[in-house]
Design a protein around this ligand. Structure first.
Ligand SMILES: Cc1cc2nc3c(=O)[nH]c(=O)nc-3n(C[C@H](O)[C@H](O)[C@H](O)COP(=O)(O)OP(=O)(O)OC[C@H]3O[C@@H](n4cnc5c(N)ncnc54)[C@H](O)[C@@H]3O)c2cc1C
Length: 409
């Protein structure tokens, strides 16, 4: 047991905590980042299993997120890019719908398959122009409603919503009723327009590792769970005490609610991701596939087509994400239907069940939420912004700016 001093103690080395640390480092303050886990990253970690890179739950990085661009050299992540399109599996058809600028053959399928009528295409075009033009603050400060209502007001038909938009957005929000804030939906849509969803060559976990490497190495202490937080003071589970001029709590929302009075606990959306190694790639395209019939698989992709580094040479890696905890046979049957090829013998390489994946964001959802809870105690994390990489990083920046203002006043 010991007593230590620093300017700022940050609790949690997920993206929010690392972002706060980096902002404070750039401003010249000394910090320590106390992390319960054995590595940095929180919900963004990658395991390497027999040469396969398994992200702890399928997720993607959008290089257009401004907070990412501010903190890391995005090019150095050696991103593999998805097409800005989706394959829509429907019986024995797999139609390609998407941005015809990137994927010209997508346009032919849009027209041929009639998931989207001419009226839907016009409605989607008008919505896209509205969301893409103008500053993000117009969305952040604009009216909020459920995404389902936003799509209805935009003029999308029930068929377009049920066969394409709901299956796609369910995989983004991790809820199928589309009750998620339309502000968040518009911000996500905007980021897809600006840049292709991507994966870092070394896995999603490379993003937090890069952030941590930009901090002085002695700052980040893994394997150090915090048990108590007070004004200017943090006690670790081992009984060490850190005295500081300010404390930033950057844990997940449930832990923050336990550690700090007044922080509301979020409800959580869950997901399970399976990984399989088929004998050869079942779809030679870097594209996300969804099911027009609504599941049970939310989305699947051949990740090694996006980043060959996700699988050993000559192998392929397929992800499949779903809400429910299906048994392996059901997952294989669904994959067989979606890819139109027998998945019964694919080698299983990993399965991640994540009950606390995303804090739910039912409308109305304020984007820049309160971060100051008590004297010199600031709370950041995706639950204080949006449930996303961008939200976590941006909230860390906001907490750091609040600390800097406090300490300089
Ligand atoms: C499966 C999945 C898919 C996703 N898909 C996407 C996507 O495609 N695009 C996107 O933008 N976002 C996605 N997200 C969301 C994004 O990953 C999160 O919003 C973001 O990583 C949250 O970061 P955070 O720092 O707020 O929280 P966390 O990552 O939860 O970090 C909190 C940290 O605090 C630590 N901690 C907790 N308790 C203590 C304690 N007592 N003492 C010390 N440390 C503690 C934890 O170990 C953790 O490291 C996805 C998330 C998941 C799980």
């Amino acid at each position: 047991m010991g007593v230590h001093e620093t300017d700022v103690v940050i609790v949690g080395a997920g993206l929010a905590g690392l972002s706060a640390g980096l902002h404070l480092h750039r401003a010249g303050f000394s910090c320590v980042v106390l992390e319960a886990g054995d590595e940095v990253g929180g919900r963004v970690r990658t395991d390497v299993v027999d040469g396969f890179r398994l992200d702890r739950g399928f997720q993607i990085l959008n290089p257009a997120y401004p907070a990412i661009r501010r903190l890391v050299d995005v090019e150095s992540l050696r991103l593999g890019k998805f097409w800005r399109a989706v394959r829509v599996a429907d019986g024995d058809r797999r139609s390609l719908l998407g941005n015809p600028v990137d994927t010209p053959k997508a346009l032919r399928d849009v027209v041929a398959r009639r998931y989207l009528s001419v009226k839907d295409l016009a409605a989607l075009g008008a919505f896209t122009v509205r969301v893409a033009g103008g500053p993000a603050d117009t969305i952040v400060n604009g009216d909020d409603r459920t995404t389902a209502e936003e799509l209805r007001r935009a003029g999308m038909s029930a068929r377009a919503v049920d066969t394409v938009l709901r299956p796609f957005l369910s995989g983004v929000f991790l809820e199928a009723d589309l009750v998620t804030s339309s502000r968040f939906f518009q911000l996500v849509w905007r980021s897809f327009l600006r840049s292709a969803p991507s994966l870092p060559a070394l896995g999603m976990g490379e993003l937090p590792r890069r952030l941590a490497r930009s901090l002085p190495s002695a700052w980040v202490r893994t394997g150090t769970p915090v048990g108590e937080v007070g004004t200017g003071r943090v006690r670790t589970a081992d009984g060490d005490v850190w005295n500081a001029r300010a404390v930033v709590v950057a844990t997940d929302g449930s832990t923050a609610a336990r550690l700090v009075d007044g922080v509301p606990e979020p409800r959580w959306n869950s997901v399970t991701t399976w990984y399989f190694a088929p004998p050869e790639s079942p779809l030679r395209e870097p594209v996300i596939m969804i099911d027009a019939r609504g599941g049970p698989i939310l989305n699947t992709a051949v990740l090694s087509e996006v980043c060959p580094t996700y699988a050993p040479p000559g192998s392929a890696l397929v992800s499949a994400s779903m809400f429910a905890s299906l048994d392996e046979t059901e997952v294989r049957q669904a994959l067989t239907r979606m890819y139109g090829t027998d998945a019964s013998q694919w080698e299983p390489v990993g399965r991640y069940e994540i009950p606390h994946a995303l804090p739910a964001m039912p409308a109305p959802h304020g984007i820049r939420r309160e971060i100051t809870f008590g004297d010199k105690i600031h709370v950041c994390g995706d639950h204080r912004d949006t449930s996303s990489l961008q939200g976590a990083l941006a909230s860390g920046g906001r907490a750091a700016r609040a600390v800097i203002a406090d300490l300089r006043s």
